[in-house]
Design a protein around this ligand. Structure first.
Ligand code: NAD
Length: 353
């Protein structure tokens, strides 16, 4: 089962139940906010104990997408589709139905790939609707796998966080990377090029061994990485990793990684701050992928993507200064800036109507 741990989200604009009578797959589309544009967020296919758990995950993830898109200054709201995985699936049949469900919302929701779904699945969705990104990349257009872009945004943010907290460069530090999947591996590559030393934890031993050779990384036994001697902890696997025991034992002074919903609960943001650990909010630093998805959907080119991802570091800087000024955690500061942006746009739209 995949689940990102967090506390309950605020009220979404709309929750649309999903049921495919042919494959039996159930789920939901959550439109958390359309204040800044169509609710955008990927389609997740995962195992959940119940439909209720799936909807709860979709609610949290959709709210996170609203914050992420607002902070990235994208003309998009936040949404998410969650599907409960089954053992035997006719994926083509399922994703045709997903495409029709997205189409029925008339452009108020834009989907893309996420955990458990792929570029091939989004190509099937595209047979039914144009409100989909993350498809096979077309020559001359932005698109394709968003993971390298996510890794680049995390690197930019980490550079700023390390300068802010440790007054150091990436070439001076050791980074512990948890999870060497699509994003984590690409991040290791960028960190290696930037001269950082790497500690890695990855359950797929052949991937860990390959990274050890390629990046001169030290493989850590076990996967928690709380007690290793590293300056930065970069969670790039699952959500909810920053729970109370983890934060209590963490030696790193900076947390900056790609995983969504890293905080087990908002309380851990306080706990991290109390321990003097700079936590770079996940929904701010991992926006590179959605920027690439937005570019594909809105017809921007690769240089637009690069320019916007370059701004992630500056945005983290702005957030850290806001946090210091108002005496709140960086997580809270980022959430406030995002919510203020959504509210300001709602007011502008209401005034124009
Ligand atoms: P992925 O599935 O490709 O990689 C996850 C990796 O983590 C795998 O290699 C897996 O073996 C490893 N892993 C699993 N459990 C682990 C554990 N306990 N300790 C260490 N490693 C473990 O996923 P991804 O696309 O690389 O995404 C990673 C995270 O970043 C996810 O939380 C995802 O939601 C988030 N994210 C990804 C993108 C993107 O562009 N792909 C964008 C934003 C956020």
């Amino acid at each position: 089962m995949y689940s990102d741990a967090q506390t309950g989200p605020s009220v979404p604009e709309e929750v649309v139940p999903f049921h495919d009578a042919i494959t039996g797959v159930r789920g939901a589309i959550v439109l958390h906010s359309t204040a800044l544009g169509p609710a955008a967020g990927g389609c997740r296919l995962a195992r959940y104990p119940s439909d209720k758990d799936a909807v709860a995950d979709a609610l949290r993830l959709a709210e996170g997408m609203a914050w992420k898109n607002a902070l990235a200054d994208l003309p998009l709201g936040g949404g998410k589709m969650v599907l409960c995985a089954a053992d035997e699936l006719d994926r083509t049949a399922l994703f045709r139905v997903v495409g029709r469900a997205v189409e029925a919302l008339g452009g108020r929701y834009v989907t893309a790939e996420d955990v458990g779904t792929s570029v091939a699945d989004m190509d099937v969705v595209a047979q039914e609707t144009q409100h989909v990104a993350g498809r096979t990349v077309r020559p001359g257009h932005a698109g394709g796998d968003p993971s390298p872009w996510t890794a680049l945004g995390v690197l930019n943010a980490m550079r700023v966080a390390v300068r802010h907290r440790l007054d150091a460069d990436l070439s001076d530090i050791t980074v512990a990377v948890q999870g060497l999947g699509h994003v984590g591996y690409a991040l290791c590559e960028l960190l290696y090029e930037a001269g950082a030393r790497l500690l890695i934890a990855e359950p797929r031993s052949h991937v860990a061994a390959q990274a050890a050779v390629r990046f001169g990384a030290t493989v850590v036994n076990g996967t928690r990485l709380s007690d290793v001697h590293a300056d930065v902890f970069a969670p790039c696997a699952l959500g909810g990793v920053l729970d109370a025991p983890m934060v209590r034992n963490l030696r790193a002074k900076v947390v900056c990684g790609a995983a969504n919903n890293q905080l087990f609960s908002p309380f851990q943001a306080e706990q991290l701050a109390d321990r003097g650990i700079l936590y770079a909010p996940d929904f701010l630093v991992n926006a590179g992928g959605i920027i690439n998805v937005a570019a594909e959907h809105l017809g921007w080119d690769e240089s637009d993507v690069r320019t916007r991802i370059d701004q992630i570091g500056a945005r983290l800087n702005e957030t850290l200064h806001y946090a210091e000024r108002f005496g709140v955690t960086a997580h809270d500061a980022a959430r406030r800036i995002a919510v203020q942006r959504m509210a300001a746009n709602r007011v502008t739209m209401a005034a124009a109507a």
